[in-house]
Design a binder for this molecule. Sequence first.
Ligand code: TYD
Ligand code: MG
Length: 486
Amino acid sequence: MGFARIALAYIADDSPREQWGSEDMPKAKEKTVFVCDSCGNDTAKWEGKCPSCGSWNTLAEVRQGNGYNHRSWMSASRSMAVQLADVSTDDLPRIVTSSEEFNRVLGGGIVPGSLVLVAGDPGIGKSTILLRLAGDIAKSGSAVLYVSGEESASQIKLRADRLGIDGQNLYLLPATDIGDVLSQLDAEPPGLAVVDSIQTLYDRDVPSEPGSLSQIRECTRKLLDWAKARNVPVIVTGHVTKGGDIAGPRVLEHMVDVVLYMEGDPVSSWRILRSVKNRFGSTNEIGVFEMTGNGLQDVLDPSRSLLAERANGAIGSAVVPVLEGTRTLLVEVQALTSPSVLPTPRRVATGIDHNRLLLVCAVLSRRAGIPLANQDVIVNVTGGLKISEPAADLSVALAIVSSYRNEPVDPGLAAVGELGLTGEVRRIPQLERRLQEASRLGFQRCLHPGDPIARESSAAPLQAVSVAHIRQAVGLGLKPQVDVIG
Ligand code: TYD
Ligand code: MG
């Protein structure tokens, strides 16, 4: 594959949209749609105001290529009905990388012909992980094309040196014109293509600036088209907006096969890669990485690493086993309460849903006799993790009570359970898995919701203690208990 160097500068788009309202306005032809740069909605004819979101002057003309056909890559399996019992799952070949965490998130590896989107805040580590991946696959013998609209070849080389990538079989293409990218891809199709980032690409035929929804949509469509036609995987990166959405959210998520979000607290070295959509595997699967001086490294035992910094007997800290896809993680929840000077006390939640925090505070005040009405409450999940399960309620409550009373939660105790408005501890899915993880990490007791079917936990020596009400949980959780009825 030849090495091509293409000017990085955007080609100025000097076709002002204002002209469109004039007589020169292009007429909607067949295979032409007008895409709103604000909401991604498309309409058949041009209008000054988007009929969906009401924004003015945001419709851009997008010509639909005629080669694109969603069905083409599925046609083999669509043409004939197959009995479910006869379907084999082994026929989905995958490119397995050296990163177990990355493979897990993808459901076992990269599926040829798939279009994968890796989205995240700028600076979170998208380019770093993809360069490592590209180096990995190149090393295994298949050529990789790394297209970058953000960095020059020498900048990428510096990064590659840091990551220990020698660069054999890895071809760099600094480019922003999708036409240049496609002609390079067609000239010498690689085994994997990486495009960093989709927002820097533009299509000459679309009259709006790079990064706009219509550009993103059209460039993604062309890459998708190419990936399906050649059966070569393409991985693209995408920046997220301040609101946390991928720029062009629905447009992109609907088109690609896999959507991975890279999350993490910029000040911590932890990075979580989460699959929010996967046509070839389960969603909500996570991969855990640590940013080091030599790039992102897999964290093989995240529970242990997450709890490594936890001080024994720390005040305002509780541990909860949460489910992340097929994996169970023990996570530390921290809380701090302090008398408020504001008429309405502050509630700050990092890593848990703010509304869940409000609920837990209200339940503690009204049902457990913990007066939080004049207390500021700050809750944080360590490691930059985000917990979306209500199963964390009980540990959030214990961490808050611990801080309020200035007494530690029993260091050998984990707690899991959803809180109801009457203070009851509600059942949660897959308790056994959670108990086992707590046991593996050496916890002695785990508070959990009452289970009507009395059963022996296989998580011994951990003692599974069922609690029915928050008051009971606070009584059991904050002081080490000698005689506990399991
Ligand atoms: P980057 O991959 O450029 O982020 P993105 O592509 O998502 O914008 O990540 C850049 C950050 O990662 C930067 O803050 C430096 C840090 N980093 C390391 O800590 N170690 C490394 O080996 C590399 C390559 C980057
Ligand atoms: Mg980058």
